[in-house]
Ligand binder design. Sequence first.
Ligand code: GLU
Length: 396
Amino acid sequence: MHYTPSPNVAELEESATIAVSARAKALRAAGRAVIDLGAGEPDFPTPTFIREAAKRALDAGATRYTLVEGIQPLREIIAARANERLGVTSVTSGDVVVSTGSKQSLFNSCFVLFGPGDEVLVPTPAWTSYYQILALARARPIAVRGHRENSLKVTPDDLTRAATPRTRGVMLNSPTNPTGAVYSLDELRAILDLAESRGWWVISDEIYREISYESEAPSLLHAVAGEASLRDRVVIVDGVAKAYAMTGWRIGWSIAPAVVARAICALQSHTTSNASTLSQHAALCALSSREQSETAIAEMVAEFRRRRDAAAALLRAACVDFIEPRGAFYLFIRVPQRGDAAEPGAAFARELLDTRDVAVVPGTAFRTPEWIRVSYAAPMDDVLEGVRRIVAQLGR
Ligand code: GLU
């Protein structure tokens, strides 16, 4: 059949992170013993108490539409948690819109804030979907490369150099996918100050905030604290997927100034309407059962830390160049240039899968073609064996 893609999607690229996982799954189904270090998805089941709450909600009739923006108690607890972090009471449930995963919250936020001619700074490397989501909003993603000596994080100077009169915003993500780097409170404040002085929006994707190894990863809300007016330019995006091992439930949210939240809600009213009712009740249980959740998260983070430490030790022993991960569950590894490959990371990832049965995501997905991303959200044995094969493939 002949199909001419609409201009809406003519330039659209499929999600590379999802494509790698899909390929690993297909190869496994075909009988190959592939080690999948591609998927950015916790390998733990959703904690039992959350699953039980969902079953109860189902039996109690949580099967119908809710408000587009989500059930009131869930939005209230999201706002309450944000206030707790801010040390204020200014965030209300009216600022919160619950969506079908934080990816939809990011899409909604970009779509209502940016448009044709707008440039949005994307600290790079960054999660593959930022670039595509901004393009779908008809804005221009401007990749701003972080420096190796700063764990590939960007500074206000880097952002200033990339800014033009058309710059309208910046996409932050800490802990960062794909590097695992974490911005300090001072670093966040400095970027927020710059954004404030230029009148830029800051979208802060904090989906990995609770997966942090050294100390609590600061939220952009911490940087805003005390200066409520700063929040007027900030959208926080978060969700239950990573910290609570609830990827498939598809619950994320945005916290934005009320007027922006209303625009997000109007947009969502024409796309998905409310996020799955049942999943909202599961998320409500996750957020409101504080003690149980804290225990479950601490256990998962401890296991991620064990894997990180073991994998990083192997890489260090082999003198491999990688970013020391302080949060999330990724190792970002630099692949030395071999021959004249324009995308050494992609060539390496292909070879690794073909000859050593290990799936990783090529750095091209994050606009850094000389790197690869290795997820350690996989069983310890897989992580260790996968990293050993990567080291061997690197010729170390
Ligand atoms: N965010 C995860 C990743 O980077 C999940 C897949 C996706 O939605 O991109 O692998």
